[in-house]
Design a protein around this ligand. Structure first.
Ligand SMILES: [Zn+2]
Length: 489
C-alpha cells in the first residue's frame, strides 16, 4: 500500500522499466566502492552521492533497504605501495579507509547496512573459483587461474560488447600474464615476487583478481543475487560484465542482478579531471577554500545521474543561493508557527515515520510533484524545479497570511520529505548563546524585512529592524541587496 512506484533506467535492458524488487521490505542493492589507496576525488564522490540519492529516494517511496558497498583493499597499487612503505596492506589501507568514511560523513551520506572488505572475503572468493572450476569455465597457467569467456554464451550481454570484438580504448586486465585469449580475465593471481602479499588457499598461493571480489562479496552478504547493482559508467565494461559472467557461470540457476544502474562521469569546467591540468579536486580541497559541505552535496546531487556533471566553483556559489532559498521558506513557516504557538511535528527518522509524515492535504500536490520526479529514474533536476515552484507558492501564501494552522503543519511535513532526499536543511531552532532567537528565526525575520522592503512597506521593514535590535541583533545591508547580521556589542 505504502509503496509508491519507481521506474529506473536499466543498463542491461537499455530502457526505463518499473522496479519490482524480490522483497520491497528488504531491497538488496550492491554498489562498487572505493579502492582505498588515496583520497576519493569529487568524481568518485559523485557516484557515492548517487547511491545515497537512490537510497533516500527509495525510502521516501516506502521501500526498506539492505545495501552494501565494498571496500577494495586488495589491489595491485595497494600491494605495490605497501611493499614500497614496508607496511602490511592493512596498515597501508587503514588511513585511506578512514578518510573515505570521513568524506561520506562530511557530505551527510547515509550509512549503508554493509561495508565488506576484500581482505575479509578471500574464503568466499576461493569458493567461487572452485564453483567455476567445477562448472568448467576456468583454466590455469603458471599458477594463475583464468576465466574463459568463450565458454559463456551470454558474455557481453550487459555491456553489449561482442564476445569476439575488442572495444578500442577499453581497459583490459593490464596483467602481464599469459592468457589463451586476450580478453579472458584473471580470477586468481600467482605471486610474481617474494615480498608480494599472498594467501595460501585450497586453490594455491596467490591473491584474487579485482572482478572476483565483488561477485564473492555479493554472495557473502546476500547468499544470492541482488535487486540493483550500481557503479560508475566506466565500470560497465569490463568490470561489471566480468562480475556478471563469474556469478552466472558459478550459479546458473540464479538471477545475479535484476537491474543495473550506472552513474555518469564528472567533468570540471567542461574538462576531464586530471592532476596535470590542475583541475583535480578531493573534498578537502574544496572545503579548505571555505565552501560549506552543503553546497558540494547540492551540486553533486542536482544533476541527473545519467548526464555528465559539469562541476565548477561558480556552481557552488549558485548552490549556496538555492539552499538558502529553501531554508528561508522553512524558517518563515517555522517562525510563523512559533508566533502563533502552533506546536510543530517531529522530523521523521525511521521507515514508518517517513511514511506517516507524508503530506495529506494542502501540501499534497507539492509532494506529489516531487515524488513523480524522483520516481521517474531519480530525476533530480525535475525534483528541484518542483521544490522551487512549491516554495514560490508557499511564500505567496505566507505573504498574505492565508495559511491555516493545519496547512502550515502539512507544509512542514513537505519540508521534512524533501530533506529526507536533500539532506541539507537545518531544522534546529536552538537559541544562539545570550540571544532569545535561533539563527533560523533571525533569518526568517530578515527575509520578512526584505519582502516588506520589496513591497515598499518601509514601516514594517523598520519595525522588524527595531525588533531585532531590541533582541541584540544588528543588521548590515550590503550593496548587492544581501543582508548580514551580527550580535550587538
Ligand atoms: Zn565491483
Amino acid at each position: 500500500m505504502s509503496k509508491l512506484p519507481f521506474f529506473l533506467f536499466d543498463s542491461a535492458e537499455n530502457k526505463k522499466i518499473e522496479f519490482k524488487p524480490d522483497n520491497p521490505d528488504k531491497v538488496k542493492i550492491y554498489s562498487c566502492g572505493p579502492t582505498v589507496y588515496n583520497y576519493s576525488h569529487i568524481g568518485n564522490l559523485r557516484s557515492y552521492v548517487f547511491v545515497d540519492i537512490l537510497r533516500r529516494s527509495l525510502k521516501i517511496l516506502g521501500y526498506q533497504l539492505d545495501q552494501t558497498m565494498n571496500i577494495t583493499d586488495i589491489d595491485d597499487k595497494i600491494i605495490r605501495e605497501s611493499i614500497h612503505h614496508s607496511v602490511s596492506i592493512e596498515e597501508f589501507t587503514k588511513p585511506w579507509t578512514e578518510a573515505f568514511f570521513r568524506d561520506l560523513e562530511k557530505l551527510n551520506i547515509e550509512k549503508l547496512e554493509h561495508y565488506p572488505f576484500a581482505t575479509k572475503s578471500v574464503e568466499e572468493m576461493v569458493e567461487l573459483i572452485e564453483k567455476l572450476q567445477e562448472n568448467g569455465y576456468t583454466y590455469e597457467k603458471e599458477g594463475s587461474i583464468y576465466f574463459s569467456i568463450d565458454k559463456l554464451k551470454s558474455y557481453g550481454s550487459l555491456s553489449k560488447v561482442e564476445a569476439t570484438g575488442i572495444i578500442s580504448g577499453a581497459r583490459y586486465d593490464a596483467d602481464e600474464y599469459e592468457k589463451d585469449n586476450v580478453r579472458d580475465f584473471v580470477l586468481w593471481k600467482a605471486p610474481k615476487e617474494e615480498k608480494e602479499k599472498s594467501w595460501n588457499t585450497k586453490i594455491g598461493n596467490g591473491r584474487p583478481g579485482w572482478h572476483l571480489e565483488c561477485s564473492a562479496m555479493i554472495r557473502q552478504i546476500y547468499s544470492s543475487g541482488v535487486d540493483i547493482h550500481t557503479g560508475g559508467i566506466d565500470l560497465l565494461f569490463p568490470h561489471h560484465e566480468n562480475e556478471k559472467a563469474q556469478s552466472e557461470a558459478a550459479y546458473p540457476n540464479e538471477k545475479f542482478v535484476k537491474y543495473w544502474m550506472h552513474c555518469e562521469h564528472l567533468l570540471v569546467d567542461g574538462q576531464k579531471m586530471s592532476k596535470s591540468k590542475g583541475n583535480f579536486f578531493v573534498l578537502n580541497d574544496i572545503l579548505d577554500k571555505g565552501y560549506d559541505w552543503k553546497v558540494v552535496r547540492y551540486v553533486l546531487l542536482s544533476f541527473h545521474y545519467r548526464t555528465k556533471l559539469n562541476f565548477s566553483f561558480e556552481r557552488l556559489n549558485e548552490a549556496k543561493v538555492s539552499i538558502q532559498k529553501i531554508q528561508n521558506a522553512f524558517n518563515r513557516i517555522s517562525s510563523e508557527m512559533k508566533s502563533k504557538n502552533i506546536e510543530s511535528i517531529r522530523k521523521p527518522i525511521n521507515h514508518s515515520e517517513i511514511i506517516s509524515c507524508r503530506p495529506q492535504e494542502f501540501a499534497l500536490d507539492y509532494f506529489q510533484n516531487f515524488v513523480n520526479a524522483i520516481s521517474d529514474d531519480l530525476n533530480l533536476p525535475k525534483a528541484l524545479a518542483s521544490i522551487f515552484d512549491s516554495i514560490k507558492s508557499i511564500n505567496t501564501k505566507l505573504d498574505s497570511s492565508s495559511l491555516s494552522n493545519e496547512e502550515m503543519i502539512d507544509v512542514v511535513k513537505y519540508f521534512y520529505q524533501i530533506d529526507c532526499l536533500l539532506g541539507i536543511l537545518d531544522f534546529t531552532n536552538e537559541k544562539i548563546d545570550n540571544l532569545s532567537l535561533s539563527e533560523n528565526e533571525i533569518l526568517a525575520l530578515i527575509e520578512n524585512r526584505s519582502n516588506a522592503k520589496k513591497n515598499k512597506d518601509f514601516k514594517l521593514a523598520d519595525s522588524i529592524r527595531d525588533e531585532l535590535k531590541a533582541k541584540g541583533i544588528i543588521l548590515e545591508d550590503s550593496k548587492d541587496g544581501s543582508v548580514k547580521w551580527k550580535k550587538s556589542e
